[in-house]
Design a protein around this ligand. Sequence first.
Ligand code: XLS
Ligand code: NI
Ligand code: NI
Length: 439
Amino acid sequence: MADLFKNVPVIKYEGAGSDNPFAFKYYNPDEMIDGKPMRDHLRFAMAYWHTLVALGADQFGVGTMDRPWNALSNPMDVAKMRVEAAFEIMNKLSIDYFCFHDRDVAPEADTLSETNKNLDVIVELLKQGMKDNNKKLLWGTASLFGNKRYMHGGATSCNADVFAFAAAQVKKAMEVTNYLGGEGYVFWGGREGYDTLLNTDMGLELDNLARFFHMAIDYADEIGFKVPFYIEPKPKEPTKHQYDFDTATVCAFLQKYNLMDRFKMNIETNHATLATHDVQHELRVARINGLFGSVDANQGDMLIGWDTDQFPTDIYTTTKVMYEVIMAGGFTTGGLNFDAKPRRASSDTDDIFIAHIAGIDAFAKGFKIARRLIEDGVFENFIADRYSSYTTGIGKDIVEGKVGFKELEAYTLKMGEVTTNKSGRQEYLETLLNKYMFE
Ligand code: XLS
Ligand code: NI
Ligand code: NI
């Protein structure tokens, strides 16, 4: 293992009583739960772009973080040191998976073929590192937003040459993801959206986006890349209106363009809140539509209107996420990808580890709480009872499609007024949630 972070030990589980900042308090990776170790329930992934690339720059100032690779000037040397750092970080944190964009791992050159060569060099190092360190790729993706050619979007650009370039880039990104045994492939909308309808042919842009996805499926089939494609919804930023606004919007798009079979969702907490949903809503919409896939685990700040990508430390939220994950049957190809970065002012290298420990522990704790809530049927029994009128009598007839408006009118005339409506007991249920949170 490389030794770029000498001051940081391998992080061990020490239990809730520990006050060692470099220890897990709740995450015990090898603890067996329901027949499998905790690490396989949670399937944590490190996001290459935040952890190895971002240095704390924002709209108002430059980076604040010194990393060992900052001292290097040749971009390929930087990329190579980042590979070493990636495996050291994952090893020290017991993180089994990572996720990347093509341009996070290897620098872009003057031509696509040179860029692809750079990528191939680094992909070989990643492949070797994955083998040596027993790490896996949760998903890969392509950055169709960083380069200036994508100023009008990638697959939804007004410029057909850009559409072609984006296709070539995604083709290569799928090939390397496949080569590395990636378990999924993500399409986050990047700049697929618009800022003003004064210059936008929305119908053509959406048709083209669907054409792009069909081409991706065709090519994946051709090369035997069988993993799920995930769409990661986000309502705004960088464009005013992103086309993959939220899960319901994406679901309608997939249905309209006959893409439901091959796609699932990658739900990000901070994107959900930007869409004025909470993450549980997004996960639920995904689940009931057969689109549950993977999670970008982070949190936003409700008082700041952008994607702050903070490490998830709110245990109510991690509990609700894990509740939906368990109810969906657990992760299969998906996992919890920390699409999160330490705050700009958390500038020490140690903060990379402290931040991941915080997120990992918050999810481990949330997982355990969610599991007990489900095991004890706390909400599910209440819900079953709340809807019990649909299991007998007229309710059963409605559900089974045996009655229409005429029969329901006859039933109502006979019934007279509705005499009972049970309380929804929201506050009681919130108290029960608190009991499980704190006992
Ligand atoms: C940006 C997105 C991005 C995706 C991958 O807001 O969260 O990081 O997860 O392209
Ligand atoms: Ni994300
Ligand atoms: Ni995001």
